[in-house]
Structures are given as structure tokens and as C-alpha cells.
Design a protein around this ligand. Sequence first.
Ligand code: PLP
Length: 355
Amino acid sequence: MYKKLFIPGPTHVRDEILQAQAAPMIGHRAPEYAELQREVTPKLQKMLYTEQRVFLFASSSTGVMEGAIRQASNTRMLNAVCGAFSKRWHDITAANGVPCDAVEVPMGQATTPELIDEALSKGDYDALTVVLNETSTGLTNPVPEIAERVRKKYPDVLILVDAVSAMAGIKIPFDEWGIDVCLAGVQKCFALPPGLAVCAVSERAMERSKQVANSGYYFDYWVNDKYYQRGQTPATPAVSLIQALNAQMDAILTEGLEKRWTRHEAMAKKVRAWAKKNFRLYSDERYLSNTVTNVENVREIDVVALNNALGERGAVISNGYGSLKGKCFRIAHMGDLTIQDIEWLLGQIDDILGL
Ligand code: PLP
């Protein structure tokens, strides 16, 4: 049976978008492809409130995170950790042999500007990684405030932002925040099938890339820029996904950016109110995510049984992530889901659990 996805990626993909993905193939060195890339890029720039480069990579987000790590630092990198995905930045940095330290807060808590300030003051850092929306805990870090502090006090520190479960769901004014790399896979708030990643890169990050030895090839910003300038990518792009992305960006801009951000907020509020009434919210309430809610399982329900019952009714939610399995469950409210979808889902859960 078809199940509507209320999980934090991949998310529900509308039929029109699946159809756009099935458009006839075009050659990636043909003028039609350059036209396509030149059409879609300004739409992405508009969504990120920037005119700086926005690259497309045939990759999951993790690949682009690794690429970012390889061309950001000549001295030492600071990785802000507040859950499983921000921890991934740290693991990738260490695995690439880049000198680094983690500054960690317990799960459910946010990384604050004060914490970052204190950590940066202690070492010779030239780059910082942070997750905007920590999918494992349902928390959104105060990235604008962090960036403001870093830009002012540590102008040489590049700010690399994992916006995987936030981009296209919450407002990210790339230039105004003064961040340097901001990336996301399209399988979450973009509501597309997986396999394509979007990455905005600042001039500062471009310059740094030039100065770093062994910056790699596939994700190297300058290798990509050479082709970007002619509406292409150096290697074969995910043409079908880019065709779908182009259609989806039209839909996003037609909905209206502010309306899209408000819809996500409204869905989040609905889920939070329900969670507070029936369970408990896991993360610090000052930093709750507008795209995914992590519900603490204070009733000790059987999350797997709940999901099985939901499956029979055509929906699926997520268990808690990693060590939070069984102790929490997550409801995603991102992408093209509507407030009606959320009301329907919560009604089903109420019915199954007798709430
Ligand atoms: N970062 C965050 C915040 C995520 O939620 C995820 C996936 O859920 C990733 C990174 C990894 O993304 P991918 O599986 O596309 O590599």
C-alpha cells in the first residue's frame, strides 16, 4: 500500500514532480541542458536571497559536506555538535585529516553564539561547521546570531552550514546571514526524489578553496565554476532530477516564499501543540524546528506498532534517531505536506492510540 511520508526525508513527492522527472532525456553537453541549468539556478538564488554561486551536485548531502570540508581550512576547523548530523561534520573533518575540535552540547540543546565565541577564542581556527536544523533532535540552531558574532569577531573563519532538512522549508537569506557554504539534498524540504544536492558558496569560500592544497576534484568549487559559467557541470549531472527541480522551483515560487515559510511554521505549531497535549517535546523549546518535531515518548507507547498501524492507513512517521529509538518519535512537517495532511495524520494517531 502507498504510504504518505511524514518522515524527515525522503518526503512525499507530488505526482506532477514525478512526471517532470520522467521528461525525455537531453544530453548534458547539448544547449538544452545549459538552458535548463541557467533557468533553474536563478530560481535557487532567489530562494536563498543571493546572487552568489549555487552549484548542483549529483550526490547525497554527505558528499557535498565532504567536499566543503576539503576546501575550507588551512589551520584548524571547529565543528559544532548538537546531535547526530552535526556530529557527521566532525566525523567527516577528522576522516579527511583536517585538524579539528568538536564543541558539543547535549542532544536537545542548541549551539549558541556564546559557546562558539568561547571555543573560537581558544584556537587558531579558520573554519566552523554548524547544522542549521538538527534532524535527529528537531532543533534549529540560531545560525544568524552565530554568524553575526563570528563575522564580527573572527572575520577569517568560514561558516559552513548544513541546511539539509531546512532549505526550501525555512527562510535562509544567505548573504544577509553572512554564511559561506550552505548545502542541502533535495529529498527533504524541496520534496523531490533523492540524488541531487544544492550548495551556495560565497566569494570568501571560493577564495579559500584556491588557497587549500588537495581540495579534491569532484566537489572542488573552481573545477565546478569553470563549467557553471557555461551552464554545465564538470561531470554528468542528474538531468532528470534537475528537470524535476526546475518544475518544483516554479511551484515553490508560485506558492510564494513567505507563504512557504509560514506554511511550515503553521504545520510545526500544530504538531507541537498536539505533542505537548499528549506527550512532551524533546528539545529546548526556544529552538524548535519548523520542519521536524521530535516527540518524547513519555507514554512509553510501542513506536514500531504505531507505525505499523499507521502503515495500514497509508502513512509513516519516524522512530527516534539512534540512541533515541523508542524513547522518541519524529513527525516531519516539511516539503509539500499541508496543514490538512498534518491534521489527518494526528487524527489517525489519536484514533490508533485512543487519545
Ligand atoms: N544533515 C542532516 C541535517 C540530515 O538530516 C541528513 C540526512 O538526514 C544529512 C545531513 C545527510 O544527508 P544525505 O543522506 O542526503 O547524505
